[in-house]
Design a protein. Structure first.
Lengths: 365, 328
């Protein structure tokens, strides 16, 4: 009886782990977000000393819930970054080397809760290699980390969690691709910038392929084709299920090919009225990748019967210029002014032209 | 003749139009394609090295930087960060004093494009237009109005009075924005932005001004320079500049040659025989007047007080023999 009950509880928690998509987001919580804050799902106690830091256990969540609640209250009145009604940041901080990421739970890029009580450290990688890790901390009742990106360029931040479910290894990898960008600095080596940063220690990782001329201020826009490669311990992996979830929740799932690649078209799901249209409306997308490894795996010296990896990566996209720019109108207006301007000058000159007058002098007169 | 004197004579006898054409070409390549050669002269150039020519530009027009800085929230603008604005003005000033308004006459890519359009008109044989004195008098105010708007609108944005879409208002109507990127095969500025009423209005204005620019520059030499707020800004800083245009009134016969070749129709260049410093706010320091003057020493360009190019009879005759066609 006792064993059955334990199995039921364990199974329920196990399902909870699967159901909860954890991801790193650059979008701060909306100002009035008390209802948006959720304590992390209590998980099973981990049973290996080498495991990555985990979410809080049931007891520790209980112990800190009061603090978290207090933090939420403070946050509610304490302001924060400016966020619009759709939960997106209004001010663009691409130019800044100071970033902040939050742990979020759920697969709705718009409404996913900002979590509290998540523990662990973020591994930070740049093109040049690893930077000092940064521990998640509670700020205004939410699990967050502030990161310093010293030089211009892309950086990857990873939060990883290992769990043992009765001999089956479950690893969750939440990754954020961060950009210390610039619109105006020249001499940026596009090829260098486009090189992917791959974490050879990550059991599963989604890497967005940069556009060949991406530079440090390129924005993904609706209609773009975006390619991703799925890596496992630094090697491309086939057969991983990859899902893209758009800002409004549209989903598309594909399986990575032999090179680990998947392609998605960034769909347009922003249809406001003209007066409400914002061309810099930042929308989030969320990528998830899942990989089952039915065979034996060894991680950190521990051998498991099988493994299940899942990885998340969030990003942003904007309305396409095709939605609001018109060359036909531009050229039409320019040509109209040239033609009618030219005509006006011609007529003006003709009007001022004095008719030829011949003066004849009659010598005999 | 000493070596220095022979150099002076050679300079004064130079086929000025040809020399200026190639110098303008050099600066055009430097500013419009400089990025291709990894040249970066910074963001404070006193000339229209358009910032919208993102990849290829060899430097950036200061007006863009200035507008961006004035758009800062007032809290930032009137704090220590405001020193950045002053530093920028300082760098702009250092660039500017070297060439004075010679930046317009020799360096500005938008000016050079207008000179090319003038050559095209000459080739077609169509005559050019001139303003009447009355038109000249009131049209010359426009550049100051544009300069004032260019400073006040960004300040208003920083103060929260104006819509953010009004950002860089002068850039939005500047023909440099629409034309210069095209030299790098970037035609993106030729579109109308329908994303908001303000963006739509500004891009329609921008393309209308571009249309006017082409038609205006075709019938009127240096059409746009007359309305250019950069020219107005230059004039505010021109007192301590090193390159100067000087006139020796006692040597002038008021023949009017200088006025006839002047693209900017500056009357006092011929009429005023009392003023030594003859450069006005509309002058672009093209020095065509110096090249066209037949009276020795009546007009001269000096650099830090040293004459570098002056009118001589010999130079005048040599240029005339080669077919000095600037009056067309
Ligand atoms: S061309 Fe020379 S002499 Fe003739 S009006 Fe001008 S300055 Fe005087
Ligand atoms: S006054 Fe002389 S230098 Fe100035 S614009 Fe006229 S011709 Fe050029």
């Amino acid at each position: 009886m006792k064993r059955t009950a334990l199995f039921v509880v364990g199974w329920a928690l196990f399902q909870g782990v699967y159901a909860d998509t954890l991801w790193l987001s650059e979008t701060p919580p909306p100002k009035r977000s008390a209802e948006n804050v959720q304590l992390a799902q209590p998980l099973m106690e981990h049973d290996h000393a080498q495991h990555q830091p985990m979410l809080q256990t049931v007891s520790s969540v209980q112990a800190t819930s009061a603090t978290a609640a207090a933090g939420v209250k403070k946050h509610k009145h304490g302001g924060g970054a400016e966020v619009d009604a759709d939960g997106e940041v209004v001010a663009d901080n691409t130019h800044s080397g100071k970033k902040q990421v939050w742990m979020r739970g759920g697969d709705d890029p718009r409404g996913a809760k900002h979590l509290s009580g998540v523990q662990g450290t973020l591994t930070l990688l740049s093109q040049e290699g690893a930077l000092p890790s940064v521990a998640l901390a509670e700020d205004k009742g939410l699990s967050t980390a502030k990161l310093d990106l010293p030089d211009l360029g892309f950086y990857n931040a990873y939060w990883m969690q290992n769990m043992d479910h009765g001999g089956m290894l479950h690893v969750q990898v939440a990754k954020a691709e961060l950009l210390h960008g610039t619109c105006c600095s020249k001499g940026v080596d596009d090829e260098e910038v486009a090189k992917p940063i791959i974490n050879v220690k990550a059991p599963l990782e989604l890497v967005r392929e940069h556009y060949p001329d991406e530079g440090l201020f390129t924005r993904i826009v609706s209609g773009d084709k975006v390619n991703f490669t799925v890596f496992s311990f630094g090697l491309p992996v086939a057969g991983a299920k990859v899902t893209m979830i758009s800002h409004k929740g549209w989903q598309n799932t594909q399986t990575s090919d032999a090179d680990g690649r998947v392609s998605f078209i960034m769909i347009r799901d922003y249809y406001p009225s003209w007066l409400e249209f914002k061309k810099r409306f930042k929308q989030s997308y969320l990528m998830t990748a899942d990989l089952q490894v039915p065979s034996q795996v060894t991680l950190d010296g521990v051998t498991y019967k099988s493994a299940y990896y899942n990885s998340t990566l969030a990003g942003s996209y904007y309305p396409s210029p095709h939605d609001y720019r018109s060359y036909a109108w531009g050229l039409g207006i320019g040509l109209f002014v040239i033609v009618f301007g030219g005509l006006a000058v011609y007529l003006y000159r003709r009007r001022r032209l004095k008719p030829y007058q011949e003066a004849r002098i009659d010598d005999k007169a | 003749m000493t070596k220095l004197e022979s150099i002076r004579t050679a300079v004064n006898n130079v086929q000025f139009n040809r020399f200026r054409f190639w110098l303008q070409m050099f600066f055009f390549v430097l500013l419009v394609y400089g990025g291709f050669f990894a040249i970066e002269l910074g963001k404070h150039l006193p000339t229209f090295a358009c910032g919208y020519n993102k990849e290829l530009r060899g430097g950036m027009c200061y007006l863009m930087t200035l507008q961006h800085q004035l758009e800062w929230p007032w809290q930032k603008l009137f704090s220590v960060a405001g020193l950045t604005v002053l530093t920028s003005v300082g760098i702009f000033f250092l660039w500017f004093i070297a060439l004075n308004k010679g930046w317009c006459g020799f360096v500005c890519p938008v000016g050079t494009i207008q000179d090319w359009i003038t050559s095209l008109r000459r080739w077609t044989g169509i005559r050019y237009s001139r303003y009447s004195w009355g038109q000249f008098q009131w049209l010359m105010q426009i550049k100051y109005v544009l300069l004032a708007l260019m400073l006040l609108i960004p300040l208003g944005i920083g103060g929260g009075w104006f819509n953010n879409d009004l950002k860089s208002p002068f850039c939005m109507i500047c023909p440099g924005r629409t034309i210069i990127p095209m030299f790098g095969a970037d035609f993106s500025q030729l579109s109308i932005d329908f994303s908001s009423k303000v963006n739509m209005t500004m891009t329609v204005l921008g393309l209308s001004v571009t249309g006017l620019f082409f038609i205006g520059a075709f019938v009127k030499k240096r059409f746009f320079c007359f309305y250019c707020p950069m020219g107005a800004l230059h004039y505010l800083f021109s007192k301590p500049a090193l390159l100067r245009l000087k006139k020796e009134g006692s040597k002038c016969t008021r023949c009017g040659d200088c006025f006839r070749v002047c693209d900017q129709e500056i009357k006092i260049i011929a009429d005023d025989v009392t003023r030594k410093e003859i450069m006005t706010d509309d002058c672009i320091m093209c020095l065509k007047c110096v090249a066209a003057c037949p009276e020795p020493g009546a007009l001269k360009a000096t650099f830090a007080g040293i004459p570098i190019f002056e009118s001589t009879e010999e130079g005048f005759i040599k240029r005339m023999k080669k077919g000095h066609t600037d009056v067309k």
